[in-house]
Ligand binder design. Structure first.
Ligand code: DC
Length: 233
């Protein structure tokens, strides 16, 4: 059975990763969280005080960064590893969310991570979520979804997520962070967040996680069937 690439792009906090994770699980595909890669690089840059405007320092730092995703049998989840250390919790913190859009604007960072993402996609059978997956990383992806949602709803969901991890923040701080990231992500010169022409729009404001994942799974099953019929012709 021929496998496909599913690209899920969209604004911060629309439920891209929740959807991507469940879709991957249902299809028996590999889920790759490209945002976690930008977050891991941000964490490394913060820890090592890499000046973002020093291209040489950025290039040298990137050479010292190894990012992997590994399954943790205790949590039954795939976790982000930075140079052998699980940083899954740390990369989701507000301190990282605050800086990640500035780091992901940097040309050299994008170049390195896009290459890594494309390598991970070589075997197909993947669901990757991010901002430029359908436009830059896999413009040939067989299924592209572009997710949006109301800012207040996105903020409430993000607040609940952070609270579950022990970080209690006022809604206004979260809205501010989302707005700032939306602005940087859509306005940056290098692969800004935008809907690919052939992406299917999905507004998750008023639907449940079950409904949004079911919608994507049905679309994916249809595309997989079409791709496999084409193979036989
Ligand atoms: O999906 P996320 O919120 O974890 O992503 C964190 C940041 O990383 C986001 O604000 C922009 C950046 N990012 C990017 O520029 N390109 C991607 N493919 C994924 C994320």
């Amino acid at each position: 059975m021929k496998k496909i690439i599913i690209a899920i792009d969209g604004y911060s906090g629309c439920g891209k990763s929740t959807t991507a994770k469940i879709v991957a699980e249902k299809l028996n595909y590999v889920y790759i969280d490209s945002g976690a890669m930008y977050r891991a690089v941000t964490l490394y840059f913060l820890r090592h005080q890499i000046p973002l405007d020093d291209t040489e320092a950025v290039i040298n730092a990137l050479k010292r960064i190894d990012i992997r995703f590994e399954y943790n049998p205790h949590t039954h989840k795939s976790e982000t590893y930075l140079n052998g250390e699980s940083v899954e919790g740390e990369v989701r913190s507000m301190a990282i969310s605050d800086k990640v859009s500035d780091v992901s604007k940097i040309h050299e960072v994008r170049e390195a991570l896009v290459m890594l993402q494309q390598r991970l996609g070589l075997q197909k059978g993947i669901v990757m979520d991010g901002r430029d997956i359908g436009t830059q990383v896999f413009p040939q992806a067989e299924l592209k979804i572009f997710m949006e949602a109301d800012i207040d709803i996105r903020a409430e969901r993000r607040q609940a997520e952070l609270l579950a991890k022990g970080e209690d923040l006022p809604l206004s701080d979260i809205i501010q962070n989302l707005q700032k990231r939306d602005l940087i992500d859509t306005q940056r010169s290098e692969s800004p967040l935008r809907k690919a022409d052939d992406a299917i729009e999905l507004d998750s404001s008023n639907i449940t996680i079950e409904e949004q994942t079911q919608y994507v799974i049905e679309l994916a099953q249809k595309v997989i069937q079409e791709v496999n019929v084409m193979e036989l012709v």
